[in-house]
Design a protein around this ligand. Structure first.
Ligand SMILES: [Mg+2]
Length: 287
């Protein structure tokens, strides 16, 4: 059978260590996946600029999903045909699922004034403030600020107020997601929806030869696609519920978020990239 395995992965706290942002413990597994033509698809709350840099550092050439499922970026000619519903943006075919950032900023400033004192948004933070809050370098903080589809908030208030704010924003049509460090305000997108859309493209289209290792024969379509999703946070739940295999990577700062599914769920013993490698080894060796 022509079966294709795809790895969708969260970055912070999953492929990247929660504290150091390093990926060392995943290096060997990344090389193995590459040699087997298993695409590693970042699916993160991070921005286009941030993920582009990480892809470059990890030498990934596969598509990626930005800002909590807001848009899927596919290198032009990655597939043998342009997927329906995508537009061309720079070197990519782009499928977006969300209204732009300006819409959400206007909603926050015009219709959620009562909560203004309880949070600080990315847009109003200086680079220095963002650096102090995240431990990112100036360059990385600059990239983190370049959001296209939503606004992350540093919540300063208590949990009760956060719940009231969340309910209010949901009533206004926003989606509120708790990420590793920030509360993300955006549209009704999630990592699961974007992942499902992209997996479907792999099912119907063939990956171009230039994106496959030389040992492989040309891909045919359609094919059976199996997805492995790895994540550590609450904003990963939708993609973990949707995937063929769900991997919950252990976090040093919170418990495993609760999943509805129970089948094909893996929980790592180790943290971050070490846990990432541990579970992929387990799944791939069972196949
Ligand atoms: Mg995470």
């Amino acid at each position: 059978m022509n079966k294709k395995i795809l790895v969708f992965t969260d970055l912070d706290g999953t492929l990247l260590d929660h504290y150091t942002y390093q990926t060392d413990a995943a290096t060997d597994m990344l090389a193995k996946l590459k040699s087997e033509d298993i695409a590693v698809i970042p699916n993160s709350s991070k921005t286009f600029s941030e993920i582009s840099l990480i892809r470059e550092q990890l030498q990934l050439n596969s598509p990626f999903i930005i800002e909590n499922g807001a848009a899927v970026y596919i290198p032009i000619n990655y597939f043998n045909a342009q997927p329906e519903g995508t537009s061309v943006e720079g070197d990519y075919w782009v499928k977006s699922f969300c209204q732009p950032k300006a819409y959400w900023l206007a909603l926050l400033s015009d219709q959620a004034e009562d909560f203004k004192a309880y949070y600080q948004g990315f847009s109003e933070m200086t680079l220095e403030q963002l650096v102090a809050l995240t431990g990112l370098s100036i360059e990385n903080a600059e990239m983190a600020k370049q959001r296209h589809y939503g606004e992350p908030l540093n919540w300063l208030g208590d949990e009760q107020t956060q719940n009231a704010f969340t309910a209010h924003m949901i009533k206004l049509g926003a989606n509120v997601l708790q990420g590793g460090r920030f509360l993300h305000i955006s549209g009704h997108t999630d990592k699961g929806q974007a992942q499902a859309w992209l997996a479907k493209q792999y099912q119907g289209l063939a990956v171009s030869d230039t994106y496959l290792s030389q040992a492989k024969t040309t891909e045919t379509d359609p094919k059976t696609v199996e997805t492995i999703a790895l994540g550590d946070g609450k904003n990963d739940i939708a993609m973990l519920e949707q995937a063929t295999f769900a991997v919950q990577v252990r976090s040093p700062v919170h418990d495993f978020p609760e999943l509805s599914r129970t089948e094909n769920v893996y929980q790592s013993r180790q943290f971050g990239p070490a846990g990432w490698t541990e579970c992929l080894e387990e799944i791939l060796s069972s196949k």
